[in-house]
Structures are given as C-alpha cells and as structure tokens.
Design a protein around this ligand. Structure first.
Ligand code: SF4
Length: 419
C-alpha cells in the first residue's frame, strides 16, 4: 500500500454521526491524553523533503489508482540509475527526510535502497536525525532484510497492514494474511525499529463496525508508534470502481463510514495516540516529519516515475511511464508531464486546504507574514460564521477544524474557501 500517496486523499464529504459507546475498559494512555493543538516541532527552516517513487508491485490490488505496475521488473536497475541521475542533478540544500513510496518499495533489495540513501546523503546537506521511511508490504518482510534496511540508514517503516480480517484482505487483493502482518510487525521490531507506522483501511464494502474495531484493537496491541487510517475511495477506472459503477458492488452508507471514523478516533485516543492529521495518529514525537512537509505546504522534491514535487518555485509531476522516465532522466530531462510556477492564489488556497487537515491548524501570523493577508481577510465573513457554528476554532492565533468536523473537512473547505 502506498501510504505516502494516500495522504492526498480526502475524507468523504458526508455528515458525521455520533460514534458508538465505549468498547472496553480504558488503558492508561501511553502518549497523549488529549488532542494537543501545540504545533509539532519543525525541521530546519528551508530544508526540503525528498520523495522517491518505486512503482513496482508483486500484484495489483483492484482498488488501487496509484502509479504502479507488476511487469518489466528487469528495468529496476536502469530505473534506479535514472533516479540517481535526477538526484545528483538537484541543487545542494538541506534535507530533513527521505521517503520511499510506491508501488511497493519493500520489493527493493537492501543494496539498492542503500545506493539511493547514500546518494541522498551525498547530494543534500542532511539534517541531524533525518527521517528515512520505507513503505513496506507485510509479504516482503523477513528479519534479515529489514535489519539490512536499518543498517542502510532507514529509520522508519510504514507497514501496509490494512486489515486483520483475512476475508477483507482477500477482497482487497492483498498478498498477506492477518497472521503474516502480525509476524512482519514483530520482525520489524526485533530488527530494532524505533519508528513503526501501520495502516488500516475502513469504509470497505460490507465492512462492519465490529470488524473495524477488531482490526484496530489488534493494531493497537502491536504497540506501533504511528497509525494511519484511510477510508476507501474508489476511482471509476479501477476494477473495484467499475464493479460499483456497474451496480454489482454496493458501497457502505455514508453514515456507517462516519460511525467507523468516529470509533477509530475514540479508540486511538483511548490508546494514547494523538490525532495530528485527519487520517494520522502518533505517539508524541512520532509524527511523520516528511508528511508534515506536505500539509504545511513546504517544499519537497519528487523523484521517479509519476512522482510529484513542489520546490524552488515550481510544482510538477513526472511521467508515470517507467521507460519514458528512465530514458528522459538519463538524458538530463526532468520528464515533467505537468509543471507550473508557484502562484500566490494557488499557494493561498493550498495552505488553507492542507493546513486545516492538521490538528495544529494554521498560524495566522505565519500566514500573514507569508502572504501579506490574514486568514480573515482571505476567507472573508465565512470564517467567523464557521467559528460561530462550532466547525472551526481559534487556539490563540491558530485556526483549526474542531475534531467533530474532521470527517466533513471537504464540505467545510467548500464553504470556507473563496470561489
Ligand atoms: S500494493 Fe496494492 S495498493 Fe499498494 S501500490 Fe501496489 S497495487 Fe496499489
């Protein structure tokens, strides 16, 4: 599962309904006792995040619309040379994170991963304690491989568990079973991982609230440092989306999905995890610094087929076609299929859209310092109306969604943003 790619997905715009009552007796919290609006500490100002896309998967999941392929594995080494060529062509500047997303980056051998990490360290001025994440499929995890990843400089594993129900995993076309996922998490910990993130999917057709509870309880038992929970969103051109369009696969009702989300919020708060973003929870100090860069509308460089980036005054996306990407990169061509200069209107809009995904919200002072206009001036009277309605709130000079409004974030943005 490509957790990094998932971060740009948004929650459904349906109405929230109250979550069900408590499930089990509370455990003493290991981390947060409550949502904290305190801003999470920033990486070095001016530093950049680097994303590397590894598009290969051993099998294709029927709901997936990421840039991925399960063919042409023989091109992997040429592809890595192409990514290295693009990496070496970047201007030298500080970097606080490296993220391998996909696709399935855990298909890479430790030696290939090490080459990429070394090149990043050589090209960029890497900050102290950088975050180096590899999205991993439980099927690929064996202790010696993951141990070699850490020896190569990986600091964080994002494990695509998705569910601890074997029937749901089969429905999703995943290669692993619940048992395999649990054993993979154990192997990652035994290899010395200090920063383990796990993914859960909810809102699946026919998925019951109890099933979400069971999977999430099993994940919490693993004592991960970070949990991402993604609601299923389907594009019509995926095999599963086509089944829905043809009327053969009914989606879960919006209210049922809202109940699942509310229950996830409740269980994770009880388990000591702080919700720092709409779909992400962490123990203190384990928030993903890389992904925070996106939500704070910071700068990131995207390398590899289909990778997007936003740095040095330009937003871009590179070709998703592996052969085209490889050929272009070796000819010093950036392989852009989309590229536009930053503009003030889009930067204003993106900063509000992304910043309101975060529990810490948006600093009005930083907003005004960057754009010369306050949040009230930019959003107009709609902002005060939404605060009065209890949908948005001020904590000092920071504006954020109230937690009960997280599930309807898209609808709130539709009301708040200027046309
Ligand atoms: S593992 Fe499945 S969900 Fe993840 S990128 Fe590959 S096809 Fe998509």
């Amino acid at each position: 599962m490509a957790a990094g790619a998932c971060l740009l997905r948004t929650l459904p715009t349906n109405s929230p309904t109250p979550g069900p009552s408590a499930l089990r007796s509370p455990k003493p919290p290991r981390g947060y006792s409550d949502r904290s609006p305190t801003p999470i500490s920033c990486p070095v100002p001016g530093s950049v995040a680097v994303y590397v896309h590894i598009p290969w998967c051993a099998a294709i999941c029927p709901y997936c619309d990421f840039d991925k392929q399960a063919s042409d594995f023989r091109l992997v080494d040429q592809y890595i040379e192409a990514v290295l060529a693009h990496m070496r062509s970047q201007p030298r500047r500080p970097s606080h994170s490296l993220y391998f997303g996909g696709g399935t980056p855990s298909l890479l051998t430790p030696a290939r991963l090490e080459r990429l990490i070394k090149a990043w360290r050589t090209r960029f001025s890497v900050t102290t304690d950088p975050e180096v994440t590899v999205e991993s499929n439980p099927s690929d995890i064996v202790a010696h491989k993951v141990g070699a990843y850490f020896a190569a400089g990986v600091t964080r594993i994002s494990l695509g568990v998705q569910s601890l129900d074997d029937e749901e995993l089969r429905f999703l076309g995943r290669r692993h079973t619940a048992d395999k996922a649990l054993r993979a998490a154990e192997a990652i910990r035994e290899a010395g991982c200090q920063d383990l993130s796990v993914d859960l999917m909810y809102g699946l057709p026919r998925q019951s609230l109890d099933s979400v509870r069971r999977s999430l309880a099993g994940l919490i038992e693993l004592e991960p440092d970070h949990i991402s929970c993604y609601g299923l969103t389907l594009e019509d051109d995926t095999p599963m989306g086509a089944e829905v369009v043809a009327g053969r696969l009914p989606l879960l009702a919006d209210d049922a999905v809202a109940d699942q989300y509310a229950e996830i919020q409740r269980m994770l708060a009880e388990g000591g995890f702080g919700q720092y973003e709409l779909s992400n929870w962490a123990l203190p100090g384990h928030e993903s610094i890389h992904n925070l860069t996106y939500w704070r509308n910071g700068e990131w460089i995207g390398l590899g087929a289909g990778a997007a980036g936003s740095a040095a005054g330009r937003r871009y996306k590179r070709t998703p076609v592996v052969r085209d990407y490889t050929e272009a990169a070796m000819n010093r061509d950036p392989a852009f299929v989309e590229s536009e200069k930053w503009s003030k209107p889009s930067a204003l809009r993106d900063t509000v859209m992304l910043g309101l995904r975060l529990a810490e919200g948006i600093s009005d002072m930083e907003f005004e310092g960057r754009f010369g206009t306050s949040l009230r001036q930019y959003c107009g009277p709609r902002l005060d109306d939404l605060v009065a309605a209890g949908v948005l709130e001020w904590s000092g000079e920071r504006l954020s969604l109230t937690p009960k409004s997280y599930f309807v974030c898209n609808a709130v943005l539709g009301e708040l943003l200027p046309p």
